[in-house]
Design a protein around this ligand. Structure first.
Ligand code: FEO
Ligand code: CA
Ligand code: CA
Ligand code: CA
Length: 656
């Protein structure tokens, strides 16, 4: 077995069977261990989690947060980033959202106040909201290899341990910084905001910082009842981001705790999009516009301020994957906007790459991420596609646009979805994670599912999103998802055209009726979400599914894909020809792990020596992740090692 950067010919582990068990299962020869669960203290002097959940809301500023998601292991040597170091590292991960009912000692608790205006009648406790705010964001955890050489343990009292939450001050950088659209009472200059929120997929920068995302930030903002303070631009911009006129906000109601003084009022009213009842000086109408960005964090500098890199656009960011860097060439980042019928983007830096910037921290981030061009993808039905630039003053992105006039690049980026509409971008079946093959340079994106496909008039089936099933009495839609991929023209990631195909269709409702990618019991899956090419070229696919869990709980698969259009198969759906890349009966995709019932499997990172694979388990069911003697299930990380201590997938590298 070898850990060389060479892709195996075939996958030789024995596929894991379907499972709906309360426990996780991993391929034979591997160990899977739960670590770093919700509520686990990161510093000395605070109690461990207890099922009575009476730990203070404030203590969660120093505990693992909820719903672990994207992550990255940063090799560390001394105090510095070392991409080859494996004995010691910083494991940095997202905490996407909270399961309110399981966090508070009172469950999801509302206090009725009949004297309050309707939107404030159901109030939440300040302590519950503070706990939830603190359970979002990012955790930085220093890990060291265990004495037995297999896997890792947390370093006690590390100075690197850190939580960044939905109340941590963050800097806005790039073209949106200082824009009128991000000026709030907190920072009337529009340069800072409070909090990062709904951090979903993750990315690494080529220089060694962590790129976290802001996805469903919409959910923590509520609309007040008095919208008269909003301009037409506010209204249109909000609607395009899901905040419809009658949208009351999700169940979080972070704006509702009773305000006993001005400071407390400020802490909570900022989650109200209309900031109803406050004076102009208390204006938080633009708070919503300060979320939805790729945010850069330097885990090696615990004092550093998270940087919201606005040049990469504002939308429901899933993850951020860079193309292989080349000395003297621009850096290219690929990104998906995960909502039904949203788009795929890429950012091309103005600055060109220098290997001297590895370890350059946030300064390198400013150099590469604050100036460049954002593009959105148009997929044509003939298997070709184009990238359209989101540049103010070009292609109708100016004040002539009737729905939302664009006065500057700040507006093009803050309302990137609206700008992409003008450019005729292709509405996709919920673009989730992106990853770039180190073997072919081709770019892969999971399209997880889309209940509106073929149902909403503006989302007809097309070659790119060809499935809409009307089964079991439902209206249609793509329930199970697919994975699309493309090759940039000439292999150049800055190119403005590409060739695409569908790599893989996830299982349809019934394997027997239509099984476009010829999946079998060893590899059928649904709703692909997390996606990661490891440096050896193995593609790891994770699922977040509700449509196929009667067959199996969510899972992690390993795959060895070919390249665009090497598959012989062409399918025809609704009159459209779609080329499919996966040859029939391909054994090069296998189920490696199945999570506990009720969970989503997400987030993935391999240590540089390939010997430890970390994945995350979100919202497990039953009692998975519960504290010893407890019952409440908890999100956590899973650490996978090979029983014999060899590299992950070592058996696949062994000569047969
Ligand atoms: Fe947080 Fe799109 O998954
Ligand atoms: Ca996801
Ligand atoms: Ca998902
Ligand atoms: Ca999720």
């Amino acid at each position: 077995a070898t850990g060389e950067l060479k892709r195996p010919e075939t996958l030789k582990f024995e596929a894991v069977a379907h499972s709906k068990a309360a426990e996780m299962s991993v391929a034979a020869g591997y160990n899977a261990e739960m670590i770093l669960p919700l509520g686990m203290p990161l510093i000395a002097g605070i109690d461990d989690w207890k099922d009575n959940r009476e730990q203070s809301a404030e203590s969660f500023e120093w505990r693992m947060g909820d719903n672990h998601d994207g992550m990255w292991f940063f090799g560390k040597n001394g105090g510095a980033y070392d991409p080859k170091a494996s004995d010691n590292g910083l494991l940095v991960m997202n905490h996407e959202y909270v399961n309110s009912a399981e966090l508070s000692p009172f469950g999801y608790h509302l206090i009725k106040d009949n004297n309050a205006a309707p939107i404030f009648q159901n109030r939440r406790l300040a302590s519950d909201v503070r706990r939830e705010v603190n359970c979002h964001g990012v955790a930085v955890v220093e890990m060291k290899r265990r004495a037995d050489g297999k896997g890792y343990e947390m370093v006690r009292n590390s100075k690197y341990h850190r939580r960044i939450t939905s109340s941590t001050v963050a800097q806005l950088t790039g073209p949106v910084a200082g824009s009128d659209w991000v000026k709030t009472k907190f920072d009337p200059t529009g340069l800072q905001t409070r909090g990062i929120n709904n951090n979903c997929g993750a990315g690494l920068s080529p220089w060694g910082t962590y790129l976290t995302t802001e996805e469903n930030f919409l959910g923590v903002f509520a609309r007040g009842q008095d919208a008269s303070q909003l301009t037409a631009g506010h209204h249109y911009g909000r609607e395009r981001y899901g905040a419809k006129e009658d949208f009351p906000g999700w169940e979080y109601l972070w704006h509702t705790p009773e305000a006993k003084d001005a400071k407390i009022a400020d802490e909570f009213s900022r989650w109200d999009m209309t900031a109803v009842g406050v004076t102009a000086a208390d204006d938080y109408r633009n708070g919503f516009n300060t979320f939805g960005y790729i945010t850069e964090i330097d885990p090696f500098d615990p004092q550093s301020i998270p940087q919201k890199r606005t040049a990469l656009g504002r939308f429901a960011h899933e993850n951020c994957a860079y193309a292989p860097v080349e000395q003297g060439k621009p850096i290219v980042f690929y990104m998906g906007d995960d909502a039904r019928g949203e788009y795929i983007y890429k950012f091309v830096s103005k600055a060109t790459w220098s290997n001297n910037d590895i370890g350059g921290g946030l300064k390198a981030g400013s150099k590469y991420m604050d100036d460049g061009t954002l593009y959105v993808a148009v997929f044509n039905d003939d298997g070709r596609g184009e990238w359209k630039a989101l540049i103010h003053g070009q292609s109708g992105l100016d004040t002539s646009n009737s729905e939302l006039p664009f006065h500057g690049q700040d507006e093009v980026l803050i309302f990137a979805r609206a700008a992409a509409d003008v450019l005729g971008a292709t509405k996709m079946d919920r673009p989730e994670w992106v990853s770039v093959s180190p073997i072919t340079g081709e770019v892969y994106v999971t399209l997880t599912n889309n209940k509106y496909r073929g149902v909403s008039a503006d989302q007809p089936v097309s070659a790119t999103n060809p499935r809409s099933y009307n089964v079991r009495g439902k209206a249609g839609g793509n329930d199970n998802g697919h994975i699309i991929r493309w090759a940039e023209t000439g292999g150049d990631h800055t190119a403005t055209s590409f060739e695409w195909d569908v790599y893989l269709f996830a299982a349809p409702y019934d394997l027997a009726t239509e099984n476009l990618s010829k999946l079998n019991n060893n590899n059928d899956f649904s709703s692909p979400d997390g996606l990661y090419f490891d440096p050896r070229g193995v593609l790891w696919i994770q699922t977040d599914d509700g449509a196929y869990t009667d067959t199996s709980s969510c899972m992690l698969l390993a795959a060895l894909p070919g390249k665009v259009s090497d598959g012989a198969l062409t399918i025809t759906t609704a009159g459209q020809q779609t080329r499919v890349g996966m040859p029939a009966n391909n054994d090069n995709i296998k189920r490696f792990f199945v999570g506990p019932e009720g969970c989503e499997v997400t987030g993935i990172t391999l240590t540089p020596d390939f010997k430890t694979l970390f994945i995350n388990i979100q919202h497990p069911g039953n009692q998975w992740g519960a504290v010893a003697g407890g019952k409440i299930p908890r999100s956590a990380t899973v650490m996978i090692t090979k029983e014999d201590g060899d590299v992950i997938l070592a058996e696949s590298f062994a000569p047969s």
